[in-house]
Design a binder for this molecule. Structure first.
Ligand code: GLN
Length: 483
């Protein structure tokens, strides 16, 4: 039982079903791994050991009685953006450092109902704003492949925990790449489904028209298992779409022969690290050897995705974050002179620099004199980008322009940091599903292959990724210190 942590969810299900080990043994093993390794990684904000052991016991009992859901007894971790009843939900911010959620997010509820065992809450960029996990109030997360590098962000804690084999799956959220980019930088699998596919109820809002929940795992098959539980209509989220959820796990077995994929010409232009480009070209060759047809496609407006996003997302966040005012929950400044002073000081003390930068940018682009020039224009360009995707086929490219960068390297230069999202943001602006799959290494650091599909075609992405993983073993590589 030495290597329980190395097993995928699919392997763990087989072991639990055959009685080789119990969920209690598995949960104990992973909790002690977290205790041994988390100091190096800072991947967890909270570890819920007692609750996890109780859930594991319940799962073992259910299994013995022939009951239990699709993920019965399987450990997972939630990004600390999801509200968890009775457990601190900080969103990586000082302003929510004292916030104990009174309710569960739909995602949390669904996974619990399926029998998943929650080991804790993962560190993240403050309010999911960042590409490196350096904006967290709880400090940076470190990349298991090189502890001097960032794991990417904003779901950096989730990605680092999965890459270091502390847990087989972790939830994440993706507003402009925050599942796919950290997955790429840590050699894990990350999927952001179609906007509206997974409920946003109880997921702390950053930019509501872009935010989507998803999952980080080590294999596409595991991602299919977890996403199948998370997805589905929720009347508590007005943007949730009532569209049947297919059996993702069954769907991945089909071959990808005859599938047509577009390779976005603009994504191989300058700005892409040449070695990362080579890994992706190698991956495309593998895809072709599996019978898919790769064709080059043009997306003339895709270069505008970063400036468009960095108008729309701050605009929405400036509105969403107005609720954190020190009145109903979260940090409240002491010794305020009057109500306005209390608002200003609570927000001034509670938010970090990147969040303040976004709120100021967002307020500016929404202000009367600039609304048409910035916000309206960005919404128009957003449509053009969505049209570009419609004209192209499901597309394939690289997830991030470079492998993991060093901690501190970009954090003082917001524009360089924002440019890191160049390949992922388009899918959020168009509401499309996107996925990252490990496709090799550059100087010992992982590179991600990026897949984007048509609306509600998550199963095509999962199938594609699974078939690719059957033909390659990049996903099996494990960082040396976390074997
Ligand atoms: N890096 C992007 C940002 O900083 C995306 C973040 C996200 O997807 N949550 O906004």
């Amino acid at each position: 039982m030495m290597d329980l942590h190395a097993k995928s969810m699919t392997e763990l299900i087989a072991g639990l079903d055959s009685g080789e080990f119990t969920s209690v043994e598995l949960t104990e093993a992973l909790l002690s791994r977290i205790a041994a390794h988390n100091d190096k990684l800072n991947a967890f904000v909270t570890v819920t050991g007692d609750e996890a052991m109780a859930a594991a016991e319940a799962a073992d009992k259910a299994r013995a009685a022939g009951k239990g859901g699709a993920l019965n007894g399987l450990p997972i971790v939630h990004k600390d953006i999801f509200c968890t009843r009775g457990v601190k939900t900080s969103c990586g911010s000082k302003i929510l450092d004292n916030f104990i959620s009174p309710y569960d997010a739909t995602v949390v509820e669904k996974l619990a109902n399926a029998g998943a065992v929650v080991l804790g809450k993962a560190n993240m960029d403050e309010f999911a704003m960042g590409s490196s996990n350096e904006t967290s109030y709880y400090g940076a997360v470190f990349n298991p492949w090189d502890l001097e590098c960032t794991p990417g962000g904003s779901s950096g804690g989730s990605a680092a925990a999965v890459a270091a084999r502390l847990v087989p799956a972790a939830t994440g959220t993706d507003t402009g790449g925050s599942i796919r980019q950290p997955a790429a930088l840590t050699g894990t699998v990350g999927i952001k489904p179609t906007y509206g596919r997974v409920s946003r109820y109880g997921m702390i809002a950053f930019a509501s028209s872009l935010d989507q929940a998803g999952v980080i795992t080590r294999t596409a098959e595991d991602a299919a298992r977890v996403l199948g539980v998370m997805a589905g209509f929720d009347e508590r989220d007005s943007t949730s779409v009532d569209h049947p959820v297919p059996d993702y796990v069954a769907g991945i077995k089909e071959s990808i022969e005859g599938l047509k994929v577009g390779i976005v010409r603009q994504h191989f232009d300058e700005g892409l690290d040449p070695d990362c480009g080579d890994r992706v070209r190698d991956a495309i060759a593998v895809i072709e050897s599996l019978g898919a047809e790769a064709v080059e496609v043009d997306m003339p407006n895709i270069d505008y995705s970063v400036p468009t996003y960095y108008v729309v997302a701050p605009a929405e966040c400036s509105s969403n974050l107005s609720r954190f005012d020190g009145v109903r929950f979260g940090h409240r400044a002491e010794n305020a002179e009057d109500l306005m002073d209390m608002y200003c000081r609570s927000r001034g003390e509670g938010f970090g620099d990147e969040v303040k930068r976004r709120i100021m940018t967002g307020t500016y682009v929404l202000s009367a004199g600039y609304y048409d020039a910035y916000y309206l224009k960005a919404q128009q360009v957003r449509h053009l980008i969505a049209d570009d995707f419609k004209k192209a086929f499901a597309d394939v490219d690289v997830t991030a322009p470079t492998p993991a960068f060093r901690i501190g390297e970009k954090v003082d230069d917001p524009i360089t940091m924002y440019l890191n999202d160049i390949y992922t943001i388009g899918a959020n602006l168009a509401g499309l599903p996107g996925m990252s799959v490990p496709c090799g290494f550059v100087n010992g650091l992982p590179v991600g292959l990026h897949l984007v599909g048509h609306h509600f075609e998550e199963q095509t992405l999962l199938r594609f990724a699974h078939q690719y993983q059957q033909a390659t073993d990049w996903h099996a590589a494990c960082p040396e210190d976390f074997q």
